[in-house]
Design a protein around this ligand. Structure first.
Ligand code: NDP
Length: 313
């Protein structure tokens, strides 16, 4: 079986930055890209808040550049996702979805987070034919059509604003009587004449013979004036938060109730020697590319120190 000193799982800003730092430190990192090469950022378009790009940068371009930088410093990048781990003792053992397995001395978990769905049977029924959790991936298909976005956070507002640039009409379905998003995002949404915010609304199902043609919604569920009606739409976009991709490691590392890996203070240390968590898988608060990149750098620096101690340096 192959053995490596450092394995990095994940190819978002955290994973690639860890690979750049580890590569420059001569650690010959092996990086597994996981299920979504380039990570969540590749599901957005323009990144305007990553420092160094005064005019913004295309998200895929940014991730490609990070990947190339990692390769330049010797990262061995592989296309597979971890499906099982045994971190009970070093060397740590990992199994992948291409049937390969390996052991390693140090591990950086940078597996990110995945979009959540409401849990309606109709979401599965219409996935790919009207249901999506990524406006920037699928918005193109709804040019001049009517769509709904579910959620009241920054993601929902961002997606609704993006879709309003393409679609004829956007409904933002919000379960509370207010938005949770930051002030600036709220203002953008409320000022957009193409967006109608449906406060105190929930979705109970979807309908349509050949893809989504509408949503069964309810206004003020459980109240005296509860009202059920059908909202004609062509696309239904989920933007209700994310689930951290930590299941594979849960037997070994501590997680919070949502599944975010708990690290020591502001460090990426998990409590297991040589095992670090970086990026969104360990970040319920900030979830920004720049923060993920920073934590990837920290994890690589920690791994370098740890491997140096192991080698008796
Ligand atoms: P949030 O957790 O902030 O918001 C989730 C939203 O979905 C809430 O409005 C929530 O409603 C709603 N929701 C959750 N479950 C359901 C459900 N079952 N039915 C209906 N509605 C539901 O997630 P986001 O992804 O929006 O943001 C996560 C983090 O990332 C935040 O810290 C955010 O600020 C940040 N972010 C920053 C961006 C930026 O700065 N450009 C862009 C995107 C995200 P309720 O309020 O009722 O709980």
């Amino acid at each position: 079986m192959q053995h490596h000193q450092l394995v990095i799982l994940g190819s978002g800003p955290a994973g690639y930055t860890a690979a750049i730092y580890a590569g420059r430190a001569g650690l010959s990192p092996v990086l597994y890209e996981g299920l979504q090469p380039g990570g969540q950022l590749t599901t957005t378009t323009e990144v305007e808040n990553y420092p160094g790009f005064a005019e913004g940068i295309d998200a895929n371009e940014l991730m490609d550049a990070m990947r190339q930088q990692a390769v330049r410093f010797g990262a061995d990048i592989r296309q597979a996702a971890a499906v099982r781990s045994d971190l009970s003792a070093r060397p740590y053992h990992l199994w992948f979805d291409d049937s390969s397995e390996l052991t390693c001395d140090a591990l950086i978990i940078a597996t990110g987070a995945t979009a959540k769905y409401l849990g309606l049977a109709d979401e599965d029924k219409y996935r790919g034919s009207g249901v999506s959790a990524c406006a920037t991936c699928d918005g193109f298909f709804y040019r001049n059509k009517t769509v709904a976005v579910v959620g009241g956070g920054d993601t929902a507002c961002e997606e609704a604003t993006y879709l309003a640039g393409l679609a004829a009409k956007v409904y933002l379905i919000v379960r509370k009587p207010f938005l949770r998003a930051s002030q600036i995002m709220q203002e953008r949404v409320l000022a957009n004449t193409k967006i109608d915010v449906l406060f105190e609304h929930n979705t109970e199902g979807l309908y349509g013979t050949d893809g989504v043609e509408g949503a069964h919604v309810v206004h003020r569920k459980g109240e005296a004036d509860e009202r059920h009606y059908d909202l004609p739409i062509d696309g239904f976009f989920l933007a209700i938060g994310h689930k951290p991709n930590s299941d594979v490691f849960k037997p070994w590392v501590q997680t919070d109730a949502t599944g975010y890996i708990i690290t020591e203070g502001s460090s990426p240390r998990t409590g297991l020697p040589g095992v670090y968590a970086a990026g969104d898988v360990a970040d319920p608060h900030y979830r920004q590319a720049i923060v993920a990149a920073g934590s990837g750098a920290k994890a690589a620096i920690e791994a370098e120190k740890y491997l140096g101690t192991l080698a008796g340096k």
